[in-house]
Design a protein around this ligand. Structure first.
Ligand SMILES: O=C(O)c1cc(=O)[nH]c(=O)n1[C@@H]1O[C@H](COP(=O)(O)O)[C@@H](O)[C@H]1O
Length: 289
């Protein structure tokens, strides 16, 4: 199952998920001048970062908005990047955050689990209701695909809705969502013990971290918020389980790390590698490995 592959990759390479949220402003001028087409610029930047980090990380996440924003050429850059990652056998997360009625969700599933935009995992927003998850299940059942469902996100606005107290037990709404997603996911557990239906848990809030980890023993977490949003190793490692059970995403913190160095423009991929190494060390020192 795909979740076993991810679990094994984490055992081998640690927990860092490189976020390829590639804004043109993040790309050094010298690279932009070399290529005429946006798809090539996006792809070449991503490829250099991938080539310099792929021995250190278990998975890459592409936030699709960064590619959609540049139209057809942008999406071509997305396609080329995920194709390249799959060709070198790296696991891919398409961060698409979809959530819609079943007939439409079927088409989202087809769009991102088959064809030109095929990835291994996608992110889903369940707050339109649990029926919106059903069309993805046949792909998960095949063993080849997985999803990360938003439970409690990293942004300050997570408090607006996800933290509402809900009767009858007067618990946070995200626990109601989490319990249901956990129940649906129980059918799709791999030999590693985790389900191919994972959850997105922002690493920026730490108060309930221990409770969340304990309550959802069989859920693998995608943990965003490290770096630019303020989470540090000590925070995010609370969501891991014996060093596994989660991957920690950093996007800007890795791909724009070069901007802190004078020679950064020429060596952006080296500085991305350094940022990954520093992040790995920060997480590992906290998880006691
Ligand atoms: O699903 C996500 O990946 C996600 C969920 C969440 O709660 N917070 C969050 O920041 N993300 C994504 O994680 C990435 C964070 O980017 P950086 O803040 O630059 O590391 C972006 O792609 C966000 O869209």
């Amino acid at each position: 199952m795909i979740i076993d592959r991810l679990f094994n990759e984490v055992e081998k390479n640690g927990n860092v998920c490189v976020g390829l949220d590639t804004h043109l402003d993040y790309i050094p001028v010298n690279l932009k001048e070399k290529y005429q087409d946006i798809d090539e610029v996006l792809f070449k930047f991503n490829k250099e970062i991938i080539d310099k980090t792929c021995d250190l990380v278990p998975v890459y996440k592409l936030q699709i908005a960064y590619y959609e924003a540049y139209g057809i050429k942008g999406l071509l850059g997305y396609k080329k990047t995920i194709e390249y990652l799959r060709s070198i056998k790296k696991i891919t997360i398409g961060d698409i955050k979809r959530g819609d009625i079943s007939s439409t969700a079927q088409m989202y599933a087809k769009a991102h689990f088959e064809g030109e935009f095929e990835v291994d995992f996608i992110t889903l927003n369940p707050y339109l209701g649990f029926d919106t998850l059903t069309p993805y299940l046949k792909y998960i059942e095949s063993g080849e695909k997985g999803v990360f469902v938003l439970l409690r996100t990293s942004n300050p606005g997570a408090k607006d809705i996800q933290y509402l107290k809900v009767s009858p037990k007067d618990q946070y709404l995200y626990y109601i969502v989490g319990d249901k997603v956990d129940e649906i996911g129980s059918k799709y557990r791999g030999s590693c013990g985790y389900s191919s239906i994972g959850a997105v848990i922002g690493g920026t809030h730490v108060d309930e971290a221990k409770e969340i980890r304990k309550r959802y023993k069989n859920m693998f977490f995608l943990i965003p918020g490290y770096g630019h949003q303020g989470a540090i190793g000590k925070d995010v490692s609370l969501y891991l389980n014996k060093g596994n059970g989660g991957v920690i995403n950093s996007s800007r913190g890795i791909i724009t790390a070069y901007k802190n160095y004078e020679d950064g423009g020429q060596r952006f991929a080296d500085y991305a590698r350094k940022a990954v190494l520093d992040m790995r060390e920060d997480i590992q020192s906290e998880r006691g490995v």
